[in-house]
Design a protein around this ligand. Structure first.
Ligand code: GDP
Length: 593
């Protein structure tokens, strides 16, 4: 097709600023989807995504506008999926920046705009929700000008809901965003920017042809995976799939090549012609690196094989999480899983419970530590219970993040306080306008994976936003705290914490467990220990739990019911030494608070 008539774009927007509504409106106005058949929110297809209002799986869709073809490439809307965003931006020549005119620009949106600028993409900025009385487009346009240098008068004003200004936006896309360049007879290089597993077709990848031509039936070489596959089908989405014979330079579409595992067709992969392979892969490929880890255990030990199968199946669809079997004295057999971030962890867990009908216990999230031993070895551990004995440890490194917060200026104080209690070091404080402040901190990842995000939202009534990027590992004064029940350590409660926070963690765990562990026939000491030294202690006093005490003289069937229930309860007990602990106690104690 004629390259001059082609535009490849993504919409960059903060969650809730109206990306989905705008995509729907654009599909409708361009006649891509008949208004009558229009399924609301066409681009978001996974239920979970829709419920949480986030996009994880990327799709692209092709639409016609004024004699031009626009490929709208979706990007995931959460900070855990930053790498995926960078790959979909690599498939575009320009972006539409969409900002809610009542809210202003948010941290992650800003980070994505910087990413677009670094990649020399053209930005068409627009403000949304102009139909709302709360919209303050003049102030919002000034903010966009001051942080991104886009002149305020160039910022478009639209309502994705009513459609006002949307045709002008599409005109601006055609006029301002450059067409792709490339030659149809060059050596083929196509970028994969998303893959998902389809039960019937196997892996379906979204591709952008950068150079040359991708042909149906062609023998292909996947440069990063080092594998060869045949292109069984290639096509475009408009919005349903339509098979085509070729995809030329600058075009985007889908590729099906008989692949069974998304790990073999990852985002960032370069596809080339097996007969005439490109020498160099496209820039920017990265192996996914899990940042947050936790143990996942079935509540019912019999479900262990089901959990294994569910993980195998889910991984076909998401190659960025990892899992390996582990066992815990307290929780039995389960898996140690690694995720890109906290939300990713929640999504995987929720999908396991929902799609595979499993009931799971997850241990507290942990990060990967690099432990330098006195013997000069460096070991990487992602489970606190693997920590070498304190006496052998020379130093421990932990991962850090560069965190950017954008907030209404009223909340600056409370956010600085939050970051400081999380061991953050300030890099920057800047007023974007009299009402809005940008804060930058370097904070240990471990301090962010506990409830940082929730705190951020509750302290600012949801007005502050967050973006982060990895900032490498650094040495910190970390110690392992163990929790002992009746002198037996319980592995699931071991935690690596900063020395200044060890006492607090120990005390809180002991108090919590005292509430959760039922009385036994003997006194049960609960202790927290750090390097062999006890730092906190509680005792569960002995008492026989006599379930019949309340109903002497009562009728026999009631007594039997109570005894049955007690027996049922016993099945759910785990023994730690001589102490019987109900499964719920683990679940509650492991909950973050
Ligand atoms: P996304 O998270 O960026 O995909 O945002 P959505 O498209 O789901 O929109 C978030 C909310 O804002 C929804 O309740 C939309 O109905 C609403 N919304 C989106 N655009 C407009 C608009 O132009 N005007 C008004 N009043 N509401 C809008």
């Amino acid at each position: 097709m004629d390259l001059d008539r082609l535009r490849n774009i993504s919409i960059i927007a903060h969650i809730d600023h109206g990306k989905t509504t705008l995509s729907d409106r654009v599909l409708e106005l361009s006649g891509t989807v008949d208004a009558r058949d229009m399924r609301a929110q066409y681009l978001d297809s996974m239920d979970l995504e829709r419920e949480r209002g986030i996009t994880i799986k990327l799709q692209s869709v092709r639409l016609d506008w004024r004699d031009h073809v626009i490929n709208l490439i979706d990007t995931p809307g959460h900070v855990d999926f930053g790498y995926e965003v960078s790959r979909s931006l690599a498939a575009c020549e320009g972006v539409v920046l969409l900002v809610d005119a009542a809210q202003g620009i948010e941290a992650q949106t800003l980070a994505n705009c910087y990413l677009a600028l670094e990649n020399d993409l053209e930005i068409v900025a627009c403000m949304n929700k102009l139909d709302l009385p709360a919209a303050d487009p003049d102030r919002c346009a000034e903010e966009i000008e001051s942080v991104l240098g886009i002149p305020a008068e160039e910022v478009l004003r639209i309502s994705a809901k009513t459609g006002d200004g949307v045709p002008e936006l599409l005109d601006a896309v055609v006029d301002r965003i450059p067409a792709p360049v490339g030659a149809a007879d060059d050596t083929l290089r196509a970028l994969i920017f998303d893959s998902h597993f389809d039960q019937y077709r196997g892996v379906v990848s979204s591709v952008r042809v950068m150079d040359g031509t991708l042909r149906s039936g062609q023998k292909l070489r996947f440069l990063q995976a080092g594998a060869s596959h045949q292109a069984e089908e290639i096509g475009i989405r408009s919005p349903g799939p339509i098979a085509v014979d070729t995809l030329g330079p600058g075009e985007t579409g889908y590729l099906i090549a008989g692949i069974k595992d998304v790990g073999e067709a990852r985002s960032g992969e370069t596809v080339t012609d097996a007969a005439r392979p490109a020498e160099e892969a496209l820039e920017g490929y990265r192996d996914p690196k899990p940042m947050v880890f936790c143990g996942m255990y079935p509540v019912d030990g019999d479900q262990f094989p089901d959990l294994r199968e569910a993980l195998e199946r889910l991984r076909l669809n998401d190659s960025s999480f990892t899992y390996e079997p582990e066992s815990s004295g307290a929780l039995g057999f389960g898996f140690r899983c690694g995720f890109l971030g906290l939300l990713h962890m929640e999504i995987v867990r929720e999908r396991l419970e929902r799609e595979f009908d499993l009931n799971l216990i997850a241990t507290a999230p942990s990060v990967a530590y690099r432990v330098h031993t006195k013997g000069g070895e460096v070991v990487e551990i992602d489970n606190p219970s693997e920590m070498p004995d304190g006496a052998e440890v020379e130093a421990i490194e932990e991962p850090f993040l560069n965190v950017t917060l954008l907030t209404p200026s009223d909340y600056t104080g409370t956010l600085m306080d939050l970051c400081q209690t999380r061991r953050g070091e300030m890099d920057k404080l800047e007023y974007l306008s009299p009402e809005r402040v940008e804060l930058r901190y370097k904070i240990p990842l471990a301090e962010v994976v506990t409830d940082f995000f929730d705190q951020l939202k509750s302290r600012t009534q949801g007005y502050a936003s967050l973006d982060y990027e990895p900032a490498g590992d650094d040495v910190s004064d970390l110690v392992k705290v163990d929790v002992l029940l009746n002198s037996q350590p319980v592995d699931a409660f071991s935690m690596i914490v900063h020395r200044t926070k060890a006492d607090d963690y120990g005390r809180r765990m002991c108090e919590k467990l005292k509430e959760l562990i039922p009385r036994q026939l003997f006194d049960v000491p609960i202790q927290a220990a750090m390097g062999g030294r006890i730092i906190a202690r509680q005792t569960v006093k002995a008492k026989r739990k006599d379930v019949l005490a309340k109903c002497y003289g009562g009728d026999i069937s009631r007594k039997r019911k109570l005894l049955d229930r007690q027996k049922e309860g016993k099945k759910k007990m785990k023994s730690i030494g001589r102490v019987e602990v109900p499964q719920e106690a683990f679940v509650s104690a492991l909950k973050l608070d």
